[in-house]
Write a protein that binds this ligand. Structure first.
Ligand code: PLP
Length: 374
């Protein structure tokens, strides 16, 4: 076995694996002379919405902007709360404030790392104000407990925006994540399951009125060119990224199958070594944006793996409510965020990307065996 360093993620590998088709897409893009909201974006939006199982897809500049735009389309007021988790990429929470509403942070179910419906129910029972919307995050590629969350949303008249930045292609009971809520937001950051070669994002929805509003908001609030009917922004999916994403979308299911095969090998190799391994849920396909171990001595394990040339990452080292920009000023649900804080201390993401060689997977497992028995 080689001893070259193993990367935790390698978006460059996805270019090398699809070079011929990506180069052809780029050539087509340059030849078209259409560089903003041209045919590539229009076709990608249609294909991606169809893939997710929604009627409308709106391409935007990033996953963060997808969340901002989705929230803005709901026309929330400054006293409206949006319930979400603290154990997520900061973008989920940042977007709520950028859209002019207030985050309300709810603890996670520690087994699946996603919004705990029981904690959400307690928040609805004693809300700090109107909870107008909920953003469940399908973290690491596994569905949040949507049945319970959607039921609570219906009961309390709240809208649901799925944060699908880490769950492209994942299924729940045969239906794609992103087609359950009122709106769903995707990031195409290069390491995502559907990754571009720069920033990008999209919103999907079945609501024609919300889709129209988001199309206007993403481009200065224009309904016709140069006339703003809404106070909008500029966040368009780049035409070049759309051309490349059309290639990557055709690869998404195969890429996810590779991630699942790697996860299966990790499961088999790591069972019984004393690490908390990712759970599976009946009826839900986990697409393994990340394969996350749970271990009390996380920092020591990360250092020992680094010494053996195995790259890892921590998603995320600090829950949002403990980060300097948010500490002490964001609303927290009843019961606090103890599980989110514990997760931040214990999670470790192993190397995971579709092109990760089998040899490297074996080396990661061997290193973890050596560390846990040594
Ligand atoms: C859960 C989650 N939400 C939102 C985002 C924001 O996406 P972007 O980086 O494209 O703005 C990300 C990715 O960073 C994410 O992982």
């Amino acid at each position: 076995m080689s001893d070259r360093p193993i990367l935790q993620a390698d978006p460059g590998a996805s270019y090398r694996a699809n070079k011929t088709m990506l180069d052809a897409a780029l050539a087509r893009f340059f030849a078209s002379g259409r560089f903003i909201l041209g045919p590539e974006v229009a076709q990608f939006e249609q294909d991606f919405a169809a893939y997710v199982g929604c009627r409308h897809g709106i391409g935007v500049g990033s996953g963060t902007d997808a969340l901002v735009l989705a929230l803005k389309s709901l026309d929330l007021g400054p006293d409206d709360y949006v319930a979400t988790v603290s154990h997520t990429a900061v973008a989920t929470v940042a977007a709520i404030e950028l859209a002019g509403a207030k985050p309300l942070l709810i603890d996670i179910d520690p087994a699946r790392f996603t919004l705990d419906p029981a904690a959400l129910a307690r928040a609805f029972a004693a809300p700090p104000g109107r909870i107008a919307a909920i953003i469940p995050v399908h973290l690491y590629g596994l569905a949040a407990d949507l049945d319970a969350i959607l039921a609570l949303a219906r009961q309390h008249g709240a809208r649901v925006i799925e944060d699908c930045a880490q769950s492209h292609g994942a299924l729940l009971n045969g239906q794609r994540l992103g087609s359950f809520g009122d709106l769903a937001c995707f990031s195409f950051y290069p390491t995502k399951n559907l990754g571009a070669f720069g920033d990008g994002g999209a919103v999907t929805t079945n609501d024609a009125a919300l889709a129209t509003r988001m199309r206007e908001l993403r481009e200065y609030g224009w309904r016709e060119r140069y006339i703003s009917h809404l106070a909008g922004m500029n966040t368009r999916l780049d035409e070049m990224q759309a051309a490349l994403l059309r290639v990557k979308l055709r690869r998404l299911d195969a890429d996810n199958a590779h991630r699942q095969a790697i996860a299966g090998a990790y499961d088999d190799g790591l069972r019984g070594l004393g690490f908390g391994l990712p759970i599976r849920r009946r009826g839900a396909s986990h697409v393994f944006h990340q394969y996350v171990l749970r271990v009390a001595a996380r920092d020591a394990l990360q250092a020992a793996l680094r010494e053996r040339g195995v790259g890892t990452n921590i998603h995320y080292p600090a829950p949002v409510h403990l980060q300097p920009a948010y500490r002490g000023r964001v609303a927290v649900g009843p019961g606090g965020l103890g599980e989110s804080e514990r997760a931040a201390r214990e999670v470790l993401s192993l190397p995971m990307y579709p092109e990760l060689p089998d040899d490297d997977v074996a080396r990661v497992i061997a290193a973890l065996e050596a560390i846990s028995f040594g």
